[in-house]
Write a protein that binds this ligand. Structure first.
Ligand SMILES: NC(=O)c1ccc[n+]([C@@H]2O[C@H](COP(=O)([O-])OP(=O)(O)OC[C@H]3O[C@@H](n4cnc5c(N)ncnc54)[C@H](OP(=O)(O)O)[C@@H]3O)[C@@H](O)[C@H]2O)c1
Length: 234
């Protein structure tokens, strides 16, 4: 099986690559910085391809390379994501440009990569798409007075992951008549560069749900939003 993981040069994507390789999957590390991608791939025993999710040209180049090397793709993990630092973290202090930049990677990037890779996924026996969402994308959690997420009221990041959840559902509906499954993974709060290592889980723990959704069998769900503990309320 062939898997492409975007942003796999570090963090949860790197650990997802490592765990998939342990399960005998051939992994292609997608990295916007070629050097970082090559280094990670060498450590992992993977291959790497330059892939900046915000560049349609770079994404098309990666798709062309995978087609030439493998002819198809079994697993796409849309992992690349950003959370921009803000001087004023309040929604009212968030410039629209910060929101645009966040969406370029976390939402539009996923669409660009998914559309470019779908022809290759359609050639797989059973394609799997995993979108790295977040508990912060849950409208149910955001409006639950008892939720531990209540204080994380970040306009750009949280809404980008809520949008990604809908992106997941919409693709799963288009692909319902095919063998391709599309799901959103909530990895939990993991210590990575994204949050200056403030998370209480490891990146490896966060990767576990992405791996599970990448290796779902035919009876598994599609259009679902799942963490290690089961379905996450939308
Ligand atoms: N950590 C958490 O607690 C947590 C919780 C919920 C969801 N998530 C999600 O999990 C995913 C992975 O996050 P992480 O915590 O592992 O963060 P991370 O350690 O900061 O890694 C993010 C990865 O995405 C890459 N990336 C960023 N912009 C990119 C672009 N335009 N094109 C290609 N790659 C790009 C980064 O590349 P560079 O090395 O070049 O910057 C890096 O490889 C993200 O989608 C994040 O939102 C994380």
């Amino acid at each position: 099986m062939i898997a492409l993981i975007t942003g796999a040069n570090k963090g949860i994507g790197y650990q997802t690559a490592r765990l998939l390789i342990e399960r005998n999957v051939t992994v292609v590390v997608g990295a916007r910085d070629d050097e970082r991608g090559r280094k990670a791939a060498a450590e992992l025993g993977a291959r790497s391809v330059q892939l900046d999710v915000t560049s349609a040209e770079s994404v098309a180049g990666a798709a062309g390379w995978i087609e030439k090397e493998y002819g198809h793709l079994d697993i796409l993990v849309n992992n690349a994501g950003i959370a921009l630092r803000q001087d004023d973290p309040a929604p009212s202090g968030t410039p629209a440009d910060a929101m645009r930049a966040t969406y370029e990677t976390n939402v539009f990037g996923v669409v660009t990569v998914t559309n470019a890779m779908l022809p290759l996924l359609r050639r797989a026996r059973a394609g799997r798409i995993v979108n790295l969402s977040s508990g912060l994308g849950s409208l149910a959690a955001a409006t639950d007075p008892g939720s531990p997420f209540l204080e994380y009221n970040n306009l750009a990041y949280n809404s980008s992951k809520a949008a990604l959840n809908m992106v997941t559902v919409v693709y799963s509906k288009e692909l319902a008549g095919t063998s391709i499954k599309v799901n959103a993974a909530d990895p939990g709060y993991c210590a990575t560069d994204l949050n200056d290592h403030s998370g209480f889980r490891t990146a490896e723990q966060g990767a576990a749900i992405a791996v599970r959704l990448a290796l779902l069998d035919g009876d598994g769900p599609t259009g679902a939003y799942l963490s290690d503990e089961g379905p996450v309320p939308w």
